[in-house]
Design a protein around this ligand. Structure first.
Ligand SMILES: CC(C)(COP(=O)(O)OP(=O)(O)OC[C@H]1O[C@@H](n2cnc3c(N)ncnc32)[C@H](O)[C@@H]1OP(=O)(O)O)[C@@H](O)C(=O)NCCC(=O)NCCS
Length: 321
């Protein structure tokens, strides 16, 4: 994965070009680039692109999953959607890169950012990134992950208890960053086959876990579900709440017929989560995974679209009583 040189030297942006409020800027040397967040949901990403790196910049966009992504026109997004900004020094904006950015749907939005290290003006390009999924549940918002989330994601990816029964190993921070990049690349694929969303607690804005859905056999309209949450929130029903929203997505706009998930029979919380969602245990596979130095059994759970819709209908009826 190409890494962008971080040559921003103290950029400041007075206001978000979308909601016109002050954007909060955060920088982290460990991250690929600086990230800016605004209360309206806008996410700004700032890259330093060397003057002689035209090809590299194009590769960088491809690595970001922006190349070829179906990008709508830039527009204000309120609370739904995710924005990406590219800040580029005017003298680094070669004709080829500019036409590439335009082809991707980026439009020059403002030229107000100051690049102090160069005592010059930077230009900002803003656009919606592909996807921008945002799902709201009573206590959570499910949204796309970005590199600014790395420290929060790392809180659970590095916890041996959380990773105990997962196919991924306990992560280093670099592993977590690489994971987020993979997730972003998957999100930009068209058609999108893998949906990994971060679960943000609405109360305090803390990113507490992730849920994933992969369209595993499109020709049979089948998907696979997975989930992981930080340990200090276990047992409060966040897992089933987020996974239920992913099943709504699977059987709603994605039109799937069947969704399955699997877990180690020793992972009682995971099994219980799937049972609470009405998934049925269909199989016990013996020693089907070699994980963390041992053969592990696997329970397969699944739910069908008609089962999910009658369950959703029943729950709506209960609520209206
Ligand atoms: C699996 C996971 C997402 C569950 O999320 P959660 O938000 O804690 O889910 P819940 O709040 O519904 O709690 C889990 C349920 O398991 C039950 N449970 C089963 N065995 C349990 C045990 N040994 N200890 C405590 N609770 C247990 C709880 O009682 C609860 O059910 P209940 O509401 O009927 O009482 C979470 O535990 C997790 O992130 N685990 C690590 C990652 C993982 O293993 N992912 C799955 C890979 S297959």
């Amino acid at each position: 994965m190409p890494r962008a040189p971080c040559d921003h030297g103290g950029m400041s942006l007075e206001e978000c070009p979308f909601c016109r409020r002050a954007a909060t800027w955060r920088e982290d040397e460990r991250l690929l680039h600086a990230a800016a967040r605004c209360e309206c949901g806008a996410v700004g990403v700032w890259f330093g692109i060397p003057a002689d790196a035209d090809e590299g910049a194009v590769d960088l966009l491809a690595a970001l999953g922006l190349e070829g992504a179906a990008l709508p026109e830039p527009q204000p997004v309120g609370t739904s959607g995710m924005l990406t900004a590219l800040y580029i020094d005017p003298d680094r904006l070669t004709g080829r890169l500019e036409s590439h950015l335009h082809a991707l749907g980026y439009r020059l939005a403002l030229a107000r950012g100051q690049n102090e290290s160069r005592s010059g003006e930077s230009w900002a390009y803003w656009a919606l990134t592909g996807g921008g999924a945002l799902i709201e549940t009573p206590r959570l918002v499910l949204r796309e992950l970005d590199e600014g989330d790395a420290p929060a994601v790392h809180a659970w990816e590095s916890d041996p208890e959380v990773m105990r029964y997962q196919s991924l190993d306990v992560a280093t921070l670099d592993d977590t960053l690489a994971y987020i990049w993979r997730v972003r690349l998957d999100a930009a694929q068209r058609p999108r086959m893998i949906h990994v969303l971060g679960a943000v607690r609405r109360d305090d804005g803390l990113l507490i876990g992730r849920v994933g859905l992969r369209v595993s056999r499109p020709e049979h309209r089948e998907g696979e579900l997975w989930f992981a949450f930080r340990r200090d929130v276990w047992g409060q029903g966040y897992g089933p709440e987020a996974a239920g929203a992913i099943l709504d997505l699977a059987f709603g706009s994605l039109g799937l017929h069947r969704v399955h998930g699997d877990c180690d029979p020793r992972n009682a919380r995971s099994a219980r989560l799937m049972e609470k969602l009405g998934m049925q245990r269909e199989a016990h596979l013996r020693e089907s995974w070699w994980l963390k130095g041992e053969w592990c059994d696997s329970w397969i759970y699944a739910v069908l679209d008609r089962e999910w819709s009658s369950r959703s209908r029943r729950s709506r009826e209960r609520q209206s009583r």
